[in-house]
Write a protein that binds this ligand. Structure first.
Ligand code: AMP
Ligand code: GLY
Length: 425
């Protein structure tokens, strides 16, 4: 099977790694890929959806897997499907679950999926009225895609009003903020749950926890994610059952009933409040860095999961996972998330005399560029993820950090406490 992966991050690198281990795979392509995906396959510079579809027709590509949300929201799946190509991901209609927070919140309300109390509005008066009914903290969100930065957790009503006014005036996030959602703050612990869906059936992956804040102990600004681990012991069968019954089944039925059957990754941002899973948000793609931990836990061939989901055949798939844990530590550049840093050469010490470590730790490359000298340079905000595996979280964490110690570049930064929530209990 020849496969094209759309995207450039550590997420797409990890999908490529999982596919490379799979004996059903012929050629792998990435569009655009990053400076290290050229070790797993071939990088393409094509960006236009129709030209990508031409490439797939001309090169016998059997399956395209879409990593990031932007091409999904822009309709890459619609273009490919119209041309009879097999592609894993939701249509533009279904991708509104991520592309529009207002669509998502109204959808959850229509289908009785538990979520925070909210209003959507483009009126500053209505926003103020609703804010006056809530106690701080209060959450204010811009409607469209803002690269994960459109959420303000205001510590007072005044701050919430100021954030709403700024978003509605278009000053804060441009057009993405011309409508807003104001909602109550949920106080609990957060999970990332991923359901791979084929429109009707689904497979739930081991639940993960992401670490969104820049600094240890969840301090500092929000980032794209500084590390993650899975499976988390903070979830139990009861929570999985509630997620199935109250969230995933009604969502798939609702999307089908509304004429937008959902195929792809349903990424469920969950807050568990007093044992009850409440939905914070949906995304329509894998989390990054969660994907980097989940892919190595997959025991079944990755191609089976993605191909069967893309062709509506998950009911005939038996997807298995390793009975192991994975911890992923993001290594970022010096000034992440504030500004770009100067390119820095990456040097990875060779691991010798320790086969167990070699087998249980690897790097998933993200913001890297290959120089003309053939060396890898850190050029993005999140540069790479060091992933450790083990039969306990502590072992997986230790291996991830041993690997961190072997990676060098000027200005490297990472958290030193990834997976702490799991080790505290
Ligand atoms: P979102 O982009 O909606 O996922 O929000 C980003 C982050 O803000 C989430 O991962 C949560 O940590 C936090 N957040 C969003 N909405 C709420 C809420 N209603 N209550 C508490 N935290 C929230
Ligand atoms: N890790 C969170 C995200 O990908 O949105």
């Amino acid at each position: 099977m020849n496969i094209l992966i759309i995207g450039a991050g550590g997420r797409e690198y990890s999908i490529g790694m999982a596919l490379q281990k799979d004996e059903n795979i012929g050629k792998l392509y990435f569009a655009p890929g990053n400076g290290a995906t050229d070790e797993l396959g071939e990088n393409l510079t094509i960006t236009d959806f129709n030209e990508l579809a031409d490439f797939c027709e001309n090169n016998a590509i059997d399956l395209t897997i879409v990593g990031p949300e932007a091409p999904l929201v822009e309709g890459i799946v619609d273009v490919f499907k119209a041309r009879g190509l097999t592609i894993f991901g939701p249509t533009a209609g279904a991708a509104q679950l991520e592309g529009s927070k207002i669509f998502m919140k109204n959808f959850l309300a229509r289908h009785n999926v538990p979520t925070a109390k909210y209003i959507e509005t483009n009126s500053i008066e209505d926003a103020y009225k609703f804010i006056n009914t809530l106690d701080a903290p209060i959450v204010v969100k811009a409607d469209g895609l803002c690269g994960g930065k459109g959420v303000i957790i205001a510590q007072s009503r005044d701050e919430a009003k100021k954030a709403s006014a700024e978003m509605l005036s278009g000053n804060a996030f441009g057009d993405a903020g011309t409508s807003i959602v104001v909602e109550e703050f949920l106080d609990g612990y957060e999970l990332s749950v991923f359901a791979i869906c084929d429109g009707k059936d689904y497979v739930v992956l081991p639940a993960a926890q992401d670490h969104k804040r820049l600094l240890n102990n969840d301090q500092g600004p929000n980032t794209g994610g500084m590390g993650a681990y899975a499976p988390t012991p903070l979830v139990n069968d009861e929570i999985y059952r509630k997620l199935d019954e109250r969230v995933i089944v009604p969502t798939l039925k609702g999307m089908e009933a509304e004429g937008m059957p959902f195929t792809g990754v349903l990424f469920i941002g969950v807050m568990v409040v007093k044992g009850e899973p409440i939905i914070l948000e949906y995304n329509v793609r894998f989390g990054d860095p969660e994907c980097e931990e989940l892919m190595p836990l997959l025991k079944s061939p990755a191609s089976e999961l993605f191909y069967k989901a893309a062709t509506g055949d998950l009911k005939n798939a038996k997807i298995e996972f390793h009975d192991k844990y994975a911890v992923g530590v993001v290594m970022a550049s010096k000034d992440y998330p504030y500004k770009n840093s100067a390119p820095a050469e990456i040097i990875v010490d060779e691991i010798v005399h320790d086969d167990i470590f070699k087998e249980h730790a690897h790097i998933s490359y993200a913001g890297v560029t290959r120089g003309e000298d053939g060396k890898l340079y850190a050029t993005g905000g999140r540069v790479l993820v060091c992933v450790g595996l083990g039969d306990t979280i502590a072992k997986a964490q230790k291996r991830a950090y041993m690997l961190v110690g072997q990676v060098h570049y000027a200005g490297k930064q990472c958290r030193t406490d990834i997976a702490y929530q799991a080790l505290e209990i």
